[in-house]
Design a protein around this ligand. Structure first.
Ligand SMILES: [Zn+2]
Ligand SMILES: [Zn+2]
Length: 348
């Protein structure tokens, strides 16, 4: 099999010829049809996250790694303990796989397990033309979803779905605010409409992106760089936002969101732009505001999301398909902020 691997942090991926794995027991081997390129891939390749103030969170790669955690593929071989999936079927793989034998894994929190084998993060993923999935419970049908989009529900789609759920949105349109009209923000807008039947307020600093959000069903759009952004949000939400999902995660966006939450309001930070914030603690206590981080989602949430996806309830977003040989160019463009929308890789 062929795979594009991180051999050294900060250097281009290398094309490698590897032994194709043979599934044993509960394992399923899939041939990659398409694999989304996620912004986390840029951080994995770089080997660090920006913590603000010049500090970095190092995430070095020790052994060569085949990245790619947004995997959609066709089953080509199964172990002898696999009973519910068959050769030729096509699935999205849930990549956030825990040890299967701890309190977290026993309570649908495999994505928090420290002893994990996450596909494309610390074990081989979809930048290879075959992927070994450790069990059929991690595979989900995607209905009529375009091949190029399906895998992206395993990370970006799931991230948006889980963050929206954590924000506990009310049932009225203006009760939910989405910060960012970029790819993930627009995906969240569509999921909010499908899963909760609400049209959120969308904020961004780019008027062109805000126009797209409005066309896709945002109840209102606000340019967060405008002077009256806070006043406008206060007016639309009747005194402060009840639920905010921030897909930027920069100091400015998190501060803005926190300062504009109502009492008991929930702000979920998803974006990994980086930086630091300071919160006056008595205000935090007196207002009972909740500031949560959210990273991907649980297997149970994946099941809920993929039910909506397979039933065709979530309107597909556009994805550009490229050959895996263009992985390096794609990662460079993503790092430079030059990619508009989602990109996925094929191995044909
Ligand atoms: Zn575990
Ligand atoms: Zn991802």
């Amino acid at each position: 099999m062929k795979a594009y691997q991180v051999v050294e942090n900060g250097k281009p991926l290398k094309e490698m010829e590897l032994e194709t794995p043979v599934p044993k027991g509960k394992e399923v081997l899939i041939k990659t049809i398409s694999c989304g390129v996620c912004h986390s891939d840029v951080h994995i390749l770089d080997g660090y996250f920006d913590l603000g103030g010049g500090a970095q969170l190092p995430t070095p790669v020790n052994d060569p790694l085949t990245m790619g955690h947004e995997i959609f593929g066709e089953v080509v071989a199964i172990g002898d303990e696999v009973s519910n999936v068959s050769i030729g079927e096509r699935y999205v793989a849930y990549p956030w796989i825990g040890c299967g034998n701890c309190e977290l894994c026993d309570s649908d929190k495999t994505h928090y397990c420290m002893n994990n084998s996450n596909l494309g993060i610390n074990v081989s993923g979809g930048y290879g033309d075959h992927v070994l999935v450790p069990g059929e419970q991690y595979l989900f049908a995607a209905g009529d979803t375009p091949d190029s989009l399906a895998g992206s529900y395993a990370c970006r789609g799931l991230t948006a779905y889980s963050a929206l759920k954590k924000a506990e949105p009310f049932t009225t349109d203006n009760s939910l605010v989405i910060i960012s009209a970029g790819g993930l923000g627009l995906l969240a807008l569509k999921i909010a409409r499908a899963a909760y039947g609400i049209n959120p307020i969308v904020m961004d600093i780019d008027d062109d992106k805000l126009k797209i959000a409005k066309d896709l069903g945002a109840s209102h759009v606000i340019n967060s760089a405008s002077e009256d952004a806070a006043a406008k949000l206060t007016e639309l939400t009747g005194g402060g936002a009840k639920a905010i999902v921030d897909f930027v995660g920069a100091e400015a966006s998190v501060n803005f969101g926190y300062n504009n939450l109502t009492r008991g309001g929930i702000q979920v930070v998803v974006g990994l732009f980086g930086g630091q914030i300071t919160i006056p603690l008595p205000i935090h206590t007196l207002t009972e505001k909740r500031l949560l981080g959210s990273y991907v989602g649980s297997l149970g949430e994946m099941k809920e999301l993929m039910t909506l996806v397979a039933e065709g309830k979530i309107e597909p977003v556009k994805v550009e398909s490229r050959n895996a040989s263009e992985a390096n160019r794609t990662l460079e463009e993503m790092k430079a902020g030059k990619l508009v929308g989602l990109v996925s890789l094929t191995h044909d």
